[in-house]
Design a protein around this ligand. Structure first.
Ligand code: RIB
Ligand code: CA
Length: 318
């Protein structure tokens, strides 16, 4: 019996790693991308929206709608991204998109897709690869639609290692800590892939070579990753950079390559030194439900082998 592909929405701020995450999803028949929604993050939302259109066209999937979302966080001022370059794709030049983003707002599209899932008797998985502003607004505007969310699978946070944009905060959470707190207090089933996990997924030269096939997708991925190297073996334990967002997609396609621990997640959202810190209640001390699965370990070699195979599917002629 063939199983139906898992319906997902990808909410993102593309962004180099967001773009590779989108491509990985497009190369994975286990998934059905119902919409790509964009949010201010690594780059302004207009740039991220254009990049999402370009990446979908690169993969020949302009049939998937792109919906522009919030151009700033709920309260915090914009936080500039790093390592993505001024165009958000590390300088990769892709043609001007031939298609346009929808005029429908991302939050309205999320709501529409969740209602559709409800009518179909199914539920949606929402993948957040950037700040959670759009999802937080969705939950505040349409709390009843949470019933049609299967899981929220997110890249974000840091628990047992330092932050990457503040001492204790990871970028996606710090960029909109109030939105993250709304999401993690909504009672949804969530999976969180923090820096603790993504720093195990380093884009070493061997792994980049395996992902940079001769086709146009492989070459685009190789060009973006050429600028992803942090060149800091002491901090990361290897050359390359942590390939954050694609792990969200890999988790859905190959969960056996990930180890998780249950916890409740709190987000420090006050104006403090630790704003944006994610705090896990691993032992139910708070009395809050352990509704998050936090990824603690990954099989990096297995994941990068999956990346290479799935990206190859997008360049069939080669
Ligand atoms: O901290 C890493 C996260 O911030 C990734 O999602 C990256 O794209 C940036 O948005
Ligand atoms: Ca991102």
């Amino acid at each position: 019996m063939t199983t139906q592909p898992l319906p997902i929405i990808i909410d993102c701020d593309p962004g180099v790693d967001d773009s590779i995450g989108i491509l990985l999803a497009l190369g994975s028949p286990e998934l059905e991308v119902r919409a790509v929604t964009t949010v201010n993050g690594n780059v302004p939302v207009a740039t991220g929206t254009s990049n999402a259109l370009r990446i979908l066209e690169l993969a020949g999937r302009s049939d998937i709608g792109v919906y522009r979302g919030c151009d700033r966080a709920l309260l915090n001022k914009p936080l500039a991204g790093k390592f993505h370059g001024p165009n958000g794709l590390a300088g990769l030049q892709l043609p001007e998109p031939e298609t346009n983003a929808s005029t429908q707002h991302a939050v309205d599209r999320m709501a529409q897709e969740l209602r559709r899932a409800g009518e179909q008797g199914t539920r949606l998985t929402i993948c957040t690869l950037g700040p959670m502003t759009n999802l937080a607004l969705l939950l505040r505007l349409h709390p009843e639609l949470a019933a049609h969310v299967d899981r929220v699978v997110s890249m974000g946070g840091a628990f047992r290692i330092p932050g990457n944009r503040a001492l204790t905060a990871e970028f996606n959470i710090l960029a909109d800590p109030h939105a993250a707190q709304v999401v993690y207090s909504a009672g949804l089933q969530t999976v969180l892939i923090p820096l603790d996990a993504t720093h195990q997924a380093m884009t070493t030269p061997q792994r980049v070579a395996a992902m940079s096939g001769p086709g146009r997708v492989g070459q685009a991925v190789g060009q973006m990753l050429a600028h992803w190297d942090r060149n800091d073996v002491q901090r990361y334990g290897a050359r390359g950079g942590p390939l954050h967002d694609p792990l969200v997609i890999a988790f859905l396609v190959a969960p056996a390559l990930f180890e998780t621990s249950p916890a409740h997640v709190f987000v420090e959202h006050g104006n403090s030194l630790c704003q944006g810190q994610t705090v896990a209640d691993w032992y139910n001390q708070s009395g809050e439900p352990a509704d998050a699965q936090i990824v603690t370990r990954i099989d990096a070699d297995g994941i990068f082998a999956l990346f290479a195979k799935r990206l190859q599917r997008l360049d069939p002629a080669t």
